[in-house]
Design a protein around this ligand. Structure first.
Ligand code: GLU
Length: 476
């Protein structure tokens, strides 16, 4: 069987991490099987679907390195095709028009509620006489179209992740609406389950890989495939992603969309790596840090858990720091420089840029940490409490004056590492002070704080930005 899989996002929001993870599993499976990965934009909810979300979905997938192999299918452009499938169902007697009004349905639900029954349509218009139908039409009622669901049947399939599945017909809520209200001589807008079956079949999808929240839809869709005499694809339902409290990860958890993770400074590589681990366990002996392009051969649904996956920020952060630390200084600079430029920060030279990333890279977890840490090289730092206290120590001024005077002796505007080291030693010795005191005072004057990366390197770098002397003299 030729493997053809698809991601079918609804563009009613930005690319959600759950959808992106589904995309990854589809893509990895297609890659492993030498198959095709397709994209279908399910924009039939015209009111909520937006062009900007379609763009966000394309951008997010591309950013993650997930490429689709054929031009995307736009579902709303295929409405007439979908109606043909509905017509077939009507002609074959698998579907019928239902004229029940909103208030009648409401009354039915109230009755069910009162009697402790699950909400469902009671199939009341499944068998109408032509006279009854004409009466409804004359009274101005527009019908929906419903697909008959036999309560007594059991729907089964062999799920690639969850194994043998079975679903009882009576748990599907009664005959299902497949087309919205429209005059009885026409077919209204086709609805989700029908449309998905029509498109998956026309796109020759061999495997439907999607979230487990679609399990009931799968049961309904299998019935449609059978009624339409179409090939039924293989199904795989991926586990949900939960927050730390064990609830489905949602907007309330803050960040859920790929573009937001990107904005926070997560790298695409760490995101793709982490999302693959959300539900999939690496084979024994394999490291959890990997490139998605390298793992398709070992990816399999046998290693995808049935249980939900808990979102683990620590692990994601760890992976992100790994990705950053593995980057060459040049690559890291290429990533950071656009962020610098956005802040209006211009590097004096490529060489200083490389020195800067060498200095700050090892302690970065997020790309945005680089911004935080690079800031004092571009902007005047504010003096924090510790820094202020340090500079109030009575020897501090003396130390800074001494260093400044000595700097005047150095003809070049920047200093070398050796010169910086010598100068610190000389200050300690001449003023007969503890080295710690000298270093802390210098750091406070240069960076406004007592914490930070290696002082000598930071100072040398700051002198490269021609900023050290002015900063020291601020406190004298
Ligand atoms: N449009 C559906 C969703 O976004 C996907 C349906 C499917 O994968 O079959 O949940």
């Amino acid at each position: 069987m030729k493997v053809r899989v698809r991601l079918a996002p609804s563009p009613t929001g930005t690319l959600h991490i759950g959808t992106a993870r589904t995309a990854l599993f589809n893509w990895l499976f297609a890659k492993k099987e030498g198959g095709t990965f397709l994209l279908r934009i399910e924009d039939t909810d015209l009111e909520r679907s937006k062009e900007e979300y379609i763009k966000n979905i394309y951008d997010g997938l591309q950013w993650l390195g997930i490429k689709w192999n054929e031009p995307p299918i736009i579902q709303s452009e295929r409405a007439s095709k979908h109606k043909e499938f509905i017509k077939t169902l009507l002609d074959k007697g698998f579907a019928y028009r239902c004229y029940a009004s909103e208030s009648e349905l409401e009354e039915m639900r109230e009755h069910q509620k009162k009697n402790g029954l699950p909400p469902r349509y009671d199939n009341r218009h499944r068998v109408l006489t032509p006279e009854q139908e004409s009466k409804f039409i004359e009274s101005g009622r527009n019908p929906v179209i419903r697909f008959k669901i036999n309560d007594e049947q059991t729907i089964t399939w062999n799920d690639l992740i969850r194994g043998q599945m079975s679903w009882s017909g009576k748990d599907l809520g009664g005959d299902m609406v497949i087309a919205r209200k429209a005059p009885a001589d026409s077919i209204g807008d086709p609805l989700y389950n029908l449309v998905v079956v029509a498109d998956d079949s026309e796109m020759k999808i061999s495997h439907v890989i999607r979230g487990e929240d679609h399990l009931a839809n799968t049961a309904k869709q299998i019935l449609l495939y059978q009624a339409l005499d179409l090939n039924i694809p293989v199904f795989a339902h991926t586990p949900l992603i939960l927050n730390s409290e064990g609830k489905k990860l949602s907007k309330r958890d803050g960040v859920t969309s790929i573009s937001e993770f990107k904005k926070m400074g997560y790298t695409s590589e760490a995101m793709a790596n982490y999302m693959t681990l959300l539900g999939w366990s690496v084979p024994e002996g394999m490291n959890e840090r990997f490139k998605i392009s390298d793992i398709s051969e070992v990816f399999s649904f046998e290693k995808v858990n049935k249980a939900s996956a808990k979102f683990d920020w620590d692990k994601l952060n760890w992976l992100n720091s790994q990705v950053i630390h593995e980057m060459s200084p040049k690559t890291l600079l290429q990533n950071l420089d656009p962020l610098f430029k956005k802040n209006g920060w211009n590097l004096p030279s490529q060489e200083l840029g490389l020195k800067l990333v060498n200095l700050i890279g090892p302690s970065m977890i997020l790309m945005n940490d680089g911004l935080e840490q690079a800031k004092p090289f571009f902007e005047e730092p504010t003096l924090n409490n510790d820094g202020k206290k340090q500079l109030e120590i009575k020897e501090a001024k003396k130390i800074l004056q001494f260093i400044l005077d000595e700097l005047e002796e150095i003809p070049s505007s920047f200093i070398t590492e050796q010169q910086a080291k010598d100068l610190l030693n000389q200050t300690t010795k001449t003023l007969n002070l503890k080295k710690g005191l000298v270093m802390k005072s210098l750091r406070a004057s240069l960076f406004g704080t007592l914490n930070g990366p290696d002082l000598i390197q930071s100072w040398v770098l700051l002198s490269g930005f021609s900023k050290d002397r002015a900063r020291i003299s601020r406190f004298i």
